[in-house]
Design a protein around this ligand. Structure first.
Ligand code: HPA
Length: 267
């Protein structure tokens, strides 16, 4: 019922009948929402939406169009590390799926563990490693919980993002994202383990949303904005302040790329 109530509140202000694309903006990447001429509603007004407490995250839902695409932007994500709930974003994702979204574009700030992928670079997520030891579908009682993740990241979206990157003159590398629970950063040994396991970047988000998104039948595209090298790989210090300070470099490129991607969509 609260999902219905949430949907009704949103429908009352939504400038279109249904959403095509939903996006989640990561740490320091909230600027994309400012590009959109649309309506905004605070998470606190929406019953199934969580409170987001992490600085660097706006907690509002913005609905508007970019080109022909009808977009819902979830500015503000709740992380597993906040309350130990891997399914913290289930309510918002169920809401946008019910509003018709077919695609879910996820962005995050991440650390790189790969030479040649550094601060300010963008990485298209081609696959992930769940290194956090939990799953947002634990407790789901239906057989729908056995979600296949063979093709978790959608090829058509990935190709669309690559094309948009080329067209907008933004370099887009690609690689495997490894989810650590956080909130502490990794140790140098964990970073070396990630390299050995085949990971290219590390971060504290996104994977639960990918799993929930696939559970809900959404097609996924995801991009990491690299803010630092992983622990032990460089002399720079690693901190949330540093993540927020570095985020604007990648954010400017990401905004350009995503805007172009959405403009290319014909609905
Ligand atoms: N580790 C985990 N999460 C991150 C990092 C990191 O180095 N940088 C930005 N988010």
């Amino acid at each position: 019922m609260t999902l219905d109530a949430t949907i009704n509140i949103i429908r009352a202000i939504m400038p279109f009948e249904q959403v095509d694309v939903a996006m989640v903006l990561g740490s320091g990447l909230g600027g994309f929402a400012d590009q959109i001429d649309g309506v905004s509603i605070d998470y606190s007004e929406l019953p199934v939406f969580p409170d987001s407490s992490v600085s660097g995250h706006a907690a509002n839902l913005v609905l508007g169009t970019v080109g022909n695409a009808r977009v819902a932007i979830l500015g503000g994500r709740v992380h597993y590390y906040e309350k130990g709930q891997a399914d913290a974003m289930r309510g918002p994702l169920e809401t946008i799926a019910a509003l018709g979204a077919k695609q879910l574009l996820l962005t995050n700030a991440a650390g790189s563990v790969r030479n040649g992928l550094g601060p300010g670079d963008l990485m298209l997520i081609s696959d992930h490693i769940n290194f956090a030891g939990t799953n947002p579908l634990i407790g789901e009682e239906t057989d729908r919980r056995f979600v296949p993740l063979t093709d978790a990241y959608d090829d058509d979206i990935a190709n669309g993002l690559k094309t948009a990157a080329e067209q907008s003159g933004v370099e887009l590398q690609s690689g495997v994202y490894t989810w650590f629970s956080g909130p502490s950063f990794e140790t140098p040994a964990e970073i070396r383990a990630t390299q050995n396991l085949g990971g290219d970047a590390v971060g504290m988000s996104t994977v639960p949303e990918v799993i929930l998104g696939r559970f809900l039948g959404l097609k996924i595209g995801a991009i990491s904005s690299i803010t630092n090298m992983g622990a032990g790989l460089s002399d720079e210090n690693i901190s949330h302040e540093h993540t927020k300070a570095m985020a604007p470099v990648g954010a400017a490129k990401l905004t350009k790329l995503l805007k172009r991607y959405l403009e290319n969509l014909v609905s």
